[in-house]
Design a protein around this ligand. Structure first.
Ligand code: BG6
Length: 464
């Protein structure tokens, strides 16, 4: 039996835009708008309108989460639901009432609420008016929104996060075309990465000024550890740059308060470095996080690029590295991601050794599988043994890291109840709890029952 630390968080994460549905929401975020414009881009043309109906069924949904042993849950506050006027931060009363009820209900179920402030869901109006995260005006507006959230809910919410996976915003919106506005513009992407870091620091600055009792603030980053294809210097160099760009660009400012010098030098040499001021950098220096959330799904294996980095063409960071597919790797073919649980240990040690062993938790891990009805038994329970094996293996490696002193205080699955997955909509299901999107009937999967035994015993045993 592997024992986990006392008060370990056992839970799961979702986000407002992926679970609530658009019910009574007055404003559109970039994904609502993207769907309205181009529904054919979304799997089976399913959009965010209903999602998992959390807006209407939050009480039942939270009770189900509690029933599978969860003691904590993360969701996000949608800027487009809470705020009526983004310039003046006027609060939408119905939006505020909804989040108050959700928070109260989480607490009434004996769970810890973790509230995130930005999960890819920028109000589209702010993109159209100012260029979204390209603009420092939007950075200021976000800090104002964050402060409004702290003031409204900070009496009960003790754990806050500023962004979820800000790197995915850079990649999706500015590099690889899977978030509206689907641009390919590396230079803008670099500025957006900087601005997102600044926005996080500014939100933290507001948070600190309020000095909410016993409250902590962090950020959720998708830490995808980089592994070089070989020991060859060219592959090692590719891995060094990939690590700088994919991980250190957000990790270093969040924890150490400054950007990696090597990355700044490289971007300057390529003529794409961000615009920054001394004052902003000071804000970043002085407003680091209290705790870190780590989303981990798959490793990032790289090799030296096939084409010389200085070939003519648009500047994109992956001019310095190519993806490498490890022969014989385990893959979840429905999502196309390699399964490599050992990385949990590498992440734990990296944080322990290079990031002052800051308190951290696994804020997302999980496996999206298509057409899970094929695994349903005659009692109607999805027999998702693959998910149990996946979580078990990741927890085992995490446990080893903790046993060696890494300061990890929890594990959250993506996701409690099958939810809407952006362009993939409801193609791949991640939940411990299945959702029939036609009837909105929710049923616990075998993995949910298994998770309850782990969470309630605070121990991981062998899987039968
Ligand atoms: C994370 C996000 O990237 O992974 C979630 O925080 C997302 O929003 C999850 O849904 C699973 O990825 P996907 O692309 O399969 O939905």
């Amino acid at each position: 039996m592997k024992q986990f630390p006392e008060h370990f968080w056992w839970g799961a994460a979702t986000s407002g835009p992926q679970s609530e549905g658009r019910f009574h929401k007055k404003h559109a975020n970039v994904f609502d708008y993207f769907y309205d414009q181009e529904p054919e881009k979304f799997f089976n043309q399913v959009g965010p309108d209903t999602a998992s109906n959390f807006y209407n069924s939050y009480a039942e949904d939270l009770a189900m989460m509690r029933s599978i042993g969860m003691n904590s849950v993360r969701t996000s506050i949608q800027w487009t639901r809470l705020i009526d006027d983004f310039e003046t931060n006027t609060v939408d009363e119905a939006g505020a009432a909804f989040y108050n009820q959700v928070i109260d209900e989480i607490l009434a179920n004996g769970m810890i609420p973790v509230m995130n402030l930005h999960h890819f869901d920028l109000p589209v109006e702010l993109y159209q008016k100012y260029g979204g995260w390209e603009s420092k005006k939007v950075v200021e507006l976000f800090a104002g929104f964050a402060e409004t959230c702290f003031r409204l809910f900070g009496d009960r919410v003790k754990y806050w996060t500023t962004h979820n996976e800000p790197m995915v915003v850079v990649e999706g919106e500015y590099l690889y075309q899977f978030h509206y506005p689907n641009l390919v513009d590396g230079k803008k992407g670099v500025q957006v990465a900087y601005n997102l870091n600044l926005a996080s620091a500014k939100a933290i600055e507001r948070f600190k000024k309020l000095a909410l009792p016993e409250a902590q603030i962090g950020i959720v980053l998708n830490l995808t550890p980089t592994y070089a294809a070989s020991d060859k210097p060219s592959d090692q160099e590719a891995a060094r740059i990939a690590e700088l760009w994919n991980n250190k660009l957000f990790l270093e400012p969040a924890i150490h308060g400054h950007f990696p010098e090597e990355l700044e030098a490289l971007l300057a040499e390529d003529g794409v470095l961000w615009e920054s001021t001394r004052e902003e950098k000071q804000t970043i220096r002085e407003n680091t996080i209290d705790f870190l959330g780590v989303n981990y799904y798959h490793p990032n294996r790289v090799q030296a690029p096939d084409i010389a980095p200085n070939s003519v063409g648009e500047w994109l960071p992956n001019r310095y590295y190519d993806e490498y597919n490890l022969p014989g790797r385990r893959v979840n073919r429905d999502r196309g991601w390699e399964i490599y649980p050992e990385a949990m240990y590498d992440i734990a040690k990296n944080i322990q050794e290079n990031y002052r062993n800051i308190p951290w938790y696994v804020s997302e891990n999980g496996m999206g599988v298509s057409n899970e009805e094929r695994f349903m038994d005659d009692q109607g329970v999805i027999q998702d043994d693959y998910r149990i094996a996946f979580v078990h293996d990741h927890l085992s490696w995490l446990h080893k890291g903790i046993a060696e002193g890494s300061n990890c205080f929890g594990y959250h699955m993506w996701t409690p109840i099958d939810c809407w997955s952006w362009l993939n909509a409801y193609k791949n299901r991640y939940g411990f709890i299945a959702n029939d999107i036609h009837t909105q009937i929710k049923t616990v999967k075998k993995s949910g029952h298994w998770f309850k035994t782990v969470a309630e015993s605070n121990q991981l045993g062998a899987i039968k």
